[in-house]
Unconditional design. Structure first.
Length: 115
């Protein structure tokens, strides 16, 4: 059973940067869909960024130009570089992977952006 473990969350001032990492405990194919979702208090979980293969990416409109998703297939790891962070980016960020038909979620990591 593949498990996802996130790291890299924390507290940062508005305008700052954070890099989230999501490591898979087992093998994930480069073609598997992986993404970062976020859930703010009182709001529904939403997709922030996703990647399929090594280069096909998609971003939420609010993340475009500020967030970059990437993956290292050799390390079974996906990253989310977040720049120019805003208070409205405050949320729990979850790693997601669709692996051989199974949907996997990480435990989440808190990102707090102070104004």
């Amino acid at each position: 059973q593949v498990q996802l473990v996130e790291s890299g969350g924390g507290v940062v001032q508005a305008g700052g940067s954070l890099r989230l990492s999501c490591a898979a405990s087992g093998s994930i194919f480069s073609t598997d869909y992986m993404g970062w979702y976020r859930q703010a208090p009182g709001k529904q979980r939403e997709m922030a960024a996703c990647i399929v293969g090594g280069s096909v990416t998609n971003y939420a409109d609010s993340a475009k130009g500020r967030f970059t998703i990437s993956r290292d297939n050799a390390k079974n790891t996906v990253y989310l570089q977040m720049n120019s962070l805003k208070p409205e980016d405050t949320a729990v960020y979850f790693c997601y992977a669709l692996v051989r038909g199974s949907a996997l979620w990480g435990q989440g990591t808190q990102v707090t952006v102070s104004s």
